[in-house]
Design a protein around this ligand. Structure first.
Ligand code: F6P
Length: 526
């Protein structure tokens, strides 16, 4: 395998030569019904990726295919699956795919088969959830647990929270909801205080989630919770389980009711498929539901091995994103799910994408001369339409849009107004937006003119089920991975979050040595 900076590849030259064509892509002529019906790729989990409204023609797709070959994207993905040390910055393997099934060699580290280890942990926390549901594990006053609260931040919060919200209404409708789940993440005391005031402490099990076991916010919130439990006269050791790595300070501590483990080869933002997401989701919905999510993710992981870009949705999505970022020079992208259940999914993708690919040096630590990860933001439709779509339609920057939609709602409950149900209205809005962004509308009054030429993709399926959600999770993880490989980045470390943490500690210790920083601290009353 060769690791080459993107601008040193032949494909970079080929794509640069095509850029003008991409910039002048005629959406009005090109976006035909045949194109909409044919430019589709299977995501897995019953989902399909549509790229008809993207500024790509056969030539661009052929150049992107060649880029995939030249940068050895599938071989590098296989190397990740085979357990090679692909996280160069931290000298670690990258094994989140192995959490949902094996697609590579047996990965053995220091004599331990890691696939077996992940399976054992999955079975351990599944059994824990079963025992809680059966009333075999109860709180310190002997009452059954009705509520689970996750304490964690970043990857120990965003993914799991997004997934819980995504399945909550589905589970209620399918009679799968077993416990309520809540999340405490921010070091802002109002977060923990409000959550704790809203739960029956006696019947709440807390999941303390931190891979490192050293995160300031999480440790502060653990103490917050412990103080409340103590004040309520509850036995801490009966109410808190830990989810951490075996080398963390939280590991093997008898003061917790139980502990479940991951390892350093599962990055925080890639950890939703481990116990980081698994403990809370298994408690909330049952281990069978969490395993269905893993199944959907595994199916999408398998499809991501397909070398033909037209048949590999994650790879194609990644390559078109690179085309838009480096040759059409679009610095942003918006994730727009037309599904209230995915309300927090954009927040998860912000971390996944921006913490992975927001980098300006290559995997060997050398500076790069091209743009890398875009700014990601998003909101569910139709809410976003009444907020920032003005800029998306008529602003000076073109923002590629990533739509997600489903034929059916999760709850099935609906109302007919003016001849259509709300779910139908939701879908009509989504279809209308894609066409409006692509084709625009001429108006002599420029204030009312829509230039169009705003590209979008669409991931769609019948209904947001655990399998579909797992595939969606994997799709974006693999998309981000492929983009990082094109850009020759290490997408699996996050040194950019360190400086702020170090300065915070110094401010708190009163020794930052920077008068401006001290002045800001004083303004805030630190
Ligand atoms: O500060 C960033 C980060 O390291 C994220 O990458 C991670 O998801 C989060 O902090 C939480 O880390 P931990 O699970 O170790 O508490």
């Amino acid at each position: 395998m060769r690791f080459t900076d993107f601008d040193k590849t032949e494909s970079f030259k080929t794509l640069s030569a095509l850029a003008e064509k991409g910039k002048n892509f005629n959406y009005t002529e090109e976006l035909t019904s045949d194109r909409v019906k044919s430019l589709l790729a299977d995501v897995g989990g019953g989902l399909t990726y549509s790229y008809a409204a993207k500024p790509v023609c056969d030539k661009t797709l052929a150049a992107l295919q060649e880029l995939a070959r030249e940068q050895e994207l599938i071989a590098k993905y296989q190397a990740i699956l085979d357990g090679e040390t692909m996280n160069t910055g931290e000298n670690r393997k990258v094994l989140h795919h192995l959490l949902r099934g094996q697609l590579g060699k047996d990965v053995v580290f220091e004599g331990k088969n890691l696939g077996d280890f992940y399976k054992k942990e999955l079975e351990r926390f599944s059994a824990f959830a079963d025992a809680v549901h059966a009333g075999k594990i109860v709180g310190s006053t002997g009452k059954r647990f009705t509520t689970a609260v996750q304490i964690g931040i970043g990857g120990s919060d965003l993914g799991p929270r997004a997934l819980y919200i995504a399945l909550e209404n589905w589970a209620k409708t399918e009679k799968k909801q077993k416990m309520e789940a809540k999340f405490i993440s921010n070091v802002d005391p109002d977060d923990a205080s409000a959550v704790l005031a809203s739960v029956p402490l006696e019947q709440t099990v807390f999941i303390l989630v931190s891979k490192s076991g050293t995160t300031q916010e999480t440790l502060a919130n653990e103490l917050f919770v412990k103080e409340k439990l103590q004040k309520a006269g509850l036995d801490l050791s009966k109410h808190i389980v830990a989810m951490t790595s075996e080398t963390s300070p939280l590991a093997h501590n008898p003061a917790y009711l139980d502990a479940f483990y991951m390892d350093d080869f599962i990055g925080g933002r890639y950890s939703s498929a481990s116990g980081v997401g698994g403990v809370i989701l298994s408690l909330a919905f049952g281990a069978d539901v969490f395993k269905r999510l893993l199944k959907g993710a595994h199916e999408a992981d398998k499809l991501s091995l397909e070398p033909d870009v037209r048949k590999n949705a994650a790879l194609l999505d990644a390559l078109i994103g690179v085309w838009e970022r480096n040759f059409l020079h679009f610095p942003y992208t918006a994730v727009l799910p037309y599904s209230q259940a995915l309300a927090r999914f954009p927040a998860h993708l912000q971390q996944l994408d921006m913490e992975s690919n927001g980098k300006s040096v290559n995997r060997a630590g050398e500076p790069l001369n091209y743009s890398t990860g875009p700014v990601v933001f998003g909101e569910p439709g139709t809410n976003g339409q009444h907020s920032f779509y003005q800029l998306l339609h008529q602003g000076t920057d073109i923002v590629p849009l990533q739509f997600i939609g489903f034929a059916e709602s999760q709850r099935g409950d609906d109302v007919t107004v003016d001849g259509s149900g709300s779910q139908t209205k939701l879908k009509a809005n989504l279809a209308a937006q894609i066409a409006a962004f692509a084709k625009g509308k001429q108006d002599a009054n420029l204030n009312k003119n829509f230039k169009g030429c705003r590209p979008s993709s669409l991931i769609f399926g019948k209904r947001l089920t655990p399998e579909a959600l797992g595939a969606l999770l994997s799709h974006f993880e693999n998309k981000v991975m492929f983009q990082g490989l094109v850009w020759n980045l290490n997408s699996f470390d996050q040194e950019g979050v360190q400086l702020g943490k170090v300065l915070t500690k110094k401010v708190l210790a009163g020794n930052s040595g920077d008068p401006a920083l001290e002045a800001y601290a004083a303004l805030l009353g630190v």
